[in-house]
Design a protein. Sequence first.
Length: 447
Amino acid sequence: MESSREKPISVAEVVRYAARTLDAVGLLWLEGEVTQVTKPASGHLYFSLRDRDAVLPAIMWSRDLVRTKFRIEPGQRLRVRGRLGVYDRDGRMQLYVDFAEPAGLGAAALALEQLKQKLAAEGIFDPAKKRPLPRFPRRIGVVTSRHGAAVHDIIRTVQRRLPTPILIADAAVQGETAPHQIVMGMAMVVRAGVDVVIVGRGGGAVTDLTAFNHERVVRTIARCPVPVISAVGHEVDLSLSDLAADARASTPTAAAELVVPDGHVLVDLLTKERRRLDREMHHVLDRARQDLDRSTMALHARGERALAATRAQLLRLHERLAGLHPRARILRNRTVLGDLERRLAAASPIRRIGRARQDLGMLAARCDAAMVQSLAERRAELAQLGAQMAALSPLAVLDRGYAMVRSGDTIVRDAGQVKAKERLHVRLARGSLDVIVDRVKTKEGGE
């Protein structure tokens, strides 16, 4: 391209020239570590490939992404195929990837995973070691960069919710010196006396989390004598500091909301609690008044019962006193004398003999009637028993034309029991026969 001061070329022409130049490079194969993966609603995948010295933005169209058999995630090491190009709007070079395959984890991701496993084995991330945050901290320590937006977000949120003193320790949150400055900042605020510490930073690339994955920072957070909130501004990515801290907030603002309660909510809560206490006090007073009324009524009732008992006792004493008067004794004696006279008249021998004679006549009549009735019942019972005996007698059976045959002492019931020429004794209703068997028939018409 030719250009001069008098005839400068446009930005678009430069970008298009760079695109044609990069397109001339042709198809490339690259290998690198994946970072900053984003997949918007369009279905395209935006990510970066990095190695120790450089970072290259890349994009994979949705039509190529659907053919990929695995999910591309940060920390993977990929071998990709694509063409270099320039995005006109940003004038930025990027790689258009049409194929990707795993090439193993990147060195940085592998080291991070190994450190994570080591610290987990030591119990640094044990949930049982998490401490509760103070409800109302007297002073809050913040370890972050004083030039970043995170510190201003924390201050504004704390002042808006519940104004609380804040001690800020300025520390770099990325770069080689960041881990050391974070550790020193935490030590400073703890020595100054704080109830809780917020450690973190605002949003940024995934590669900016390196300081919060440093072993020294993670161990310092785990050993901190006061509760620590990790506020690394990444909602998706989880740093080792997040795992070691007592609480994790997705943003610095969220950390400030965790560390202090909302003053307006507290005022509302206190107002509601005061109203509830007023209602409870009114209920208690009402119950006390009711108890007092019941006690007063019970006291009056006890007094009435005691007065009634005293009156009844006085009445009984009065009655006893009246009973001891000579006139009352004379009246009682007269009554007793009248009862004795009536009893004496009733016990006279003449009257008793008359009543005894009457009773004796009645008893004799009843005895005669009972004997006659009993004799009639016994005769009827005897006649019934005689009839039953006559009906059951073998002689009654013989009277109907039957005979009883015996062979010796055995009664013959079956023709098979006897033999021809055997002598049998036949008992009839009147008299008996001695017979000799001429022929034996065991069945009807047979011999």
